[in-house]
Ligand binder design. Structure first.
Ligand SMILES: *Cc1c(COP(=O)(O)O)cnc(C)c1O
Ligand SMILES: [Zn+2]
Length: 423
């Protein structure tokens, strides 16, 4: 194991606070609550300053002291520090003045925010000495575990529902690791992976390594605050699957407040899920603190289709506790969201991004986000992986002879149906 140099003491139960050593543990043996990393913030404050952060390379490991590994980063050294893009044109389409896109469609290396969690989980897996790793995934996590395990020379098994989009399946197969399709829903996949982790003693990143894995998501929040010139936004809209990312964005903002990197600010975190699988949003809308699982998700938004979300109650608490809300747009609104984001920012997001944009639109229309307040949209995955979601939106492209006359004829046709140019 690498030299112990981390800024965390161990793990602690998110429900009852019971402390555990920093080992391969993930549930409390007293209350069955999930475990999380227990940091030593005094030690972090002594080691990490804004100047230190600014002196480091532009990747998520510039916040290393706030991440749970003990030695050097061994997997995913280049992940993170994706662009935060301000867009007046998207603001106009949504009805707010100040909107930013946190663009994890270009995260390295597999084009989704999951590279953040995998980088931490696999670096930690190597510290624990696992030679085989894996995950239960709706697609993006599988892609990231596959790529990062391949680069690190780890044996990997990624387990996915067998009906995923082609881009997500090829996006795992290409790395030459083991891809296992399972009949049924993500929840079937997840249960199987819990059994696999216990039976074979493998490092399943979102099962027995989950406390470490989940911390990687915080860096999306850290980066947002740093890229806003060390300020917090008024609102964040975040997609939810298992409900982990949304909690970690709140945690990241609170860590930066605690460390004095940003001023205290009244921020509101909102969550989005697809109407056809919105167990967490329904908890918010029905004012219920327990998850009613969705047995059969029915939506094009496969990356968020987790019927029984592990962090549901915590995600609800983040939304309610920060004065945020949850929205569950239809698939039609989601497609509108994908197209609107692309047409106004040049960013092609996957279905989860469409949900986020469409959820933001609902929140703005309902007055939960006011026109003069700032909003950050967490856009978490790349549209080239879920082309199926929009391919029916377009007619076949015009195909012409390679002659100027043919182009001229086509141009007349196009100009005939073109709307007035928008600026
Ligand atoms: C995994 C995922 C999320 C959200 O994940 P949580 O389980 O809620 O942390 C959001 N967007 C995309 C594209 C994802 O793949
Ligand atoms: Zn407990």
């Amino acid at each position: 194991m690498a030299e112990k140099n981390g800024c965390f003491n161990g793990l602690k139960c998110r429900e009852c606070g019971k402390k555990f050593p920093a080992e391969v543990l993930y549930v409390c043996d007293d209350c069955w609550g999930p475990l999380e990393v227990d940091y030593d913030y005094d030690k972090i404050a002594a080691r990490l300053t804004k100047e230190t952060i600014l002196s480091r390379k532009p990747n998520m490991w510039r916040y290393k002291e706030l991440l749970p590994i003990e030695g050097d980063v061994t997997v995913g050294q280049h992940v993170g520090y994706t662009p935060l893009v301000k867009s007046d044109r998207l603001g106009k389409a949504l009805g707010v003045k100040t909107v930013y896109v946190k663009n994890d469609t270009v995260n390295y290396p597999t084009l989704s925010f999951k590279d953040r969690v995998v980088s931490v989980a696999l670096s930690r897996a190597k510290e624990f000495g696992f030679d085989t790793v894996g995950c239960a995934s709706t697609g993006n996590l599988a892609n990231s575990v596959a790529a990062n395990a391949a680069a690190a020379g780890l044996r990997a098994f990624v387990v996915i529902p067998s009906n995923l989009e082609l881009g997500k399946i090829i996006g795992s197969l290409i790395y030459g690791i083991n891809v296992v399709g399972v009949e049924g829903t993500y929840d079937n996949v997840n249960r199987l992976c819990s059994e696999i982790a216990g039976h074979y003693n493998w490092g399943m990143v979102n099962v027995n390594l989950r406390p470490y894995y989940a911390e990687g998501s915080k860096t999306m929040g850290h980066e947002i605050a740093e890229q806003l010139d060390w300020q917090l936004p008024d609102h964040v809209v975040c997609p939810m699957a298992g409900g982990s990312l949304i909690c970690k964005i709140e945690k990241a903002f609170n860590e930066f407040i605690k460390l004095g990197f940003v001023d205290k600010h009244d921020f509101h975190i909102h969550g989005g899920q697809a109407e056809g699988c919105a167990p967490i949003v329904e908890m918010v809308k029905e004012n219920r603190d327990w998850v009613k699982p969705i047995r059969e998700p029915k939506t094009i938004v496969k990356s968020l289709a987790i019927g029984d979300p592990a962090d549901g109650p915590f995600a609800r608490q983040t939304m309610i506790g920060t004065g945020g809300w949850g929205e569950n747009p239809t698939d039609e609104e989601t497609v509108w969201g994908i197209r609107t984001l692309a047409e106004t920012t040049g960013i092609f997001a996957e279905t989860a991004g469409g949900v986020t944009v469409a959820a933001a639109k609902r929140l703005i229309d309902a007055g939960r986000i006011k026109a003069d307040e700032s909003v950050v949209l967490c856009i978490t995955g790349n549209g080239l992986k879920t082309k199926e979601a929009v391919e029916g939106e377009f007619d076949a492209i015009d195909s012409i002879q390679p002659k100027l006359a043919a182009f001229d004829e086509l141009l007349k046709k196009i100009e005939g149906k073109e709307p007035a140019t928008v600026s």
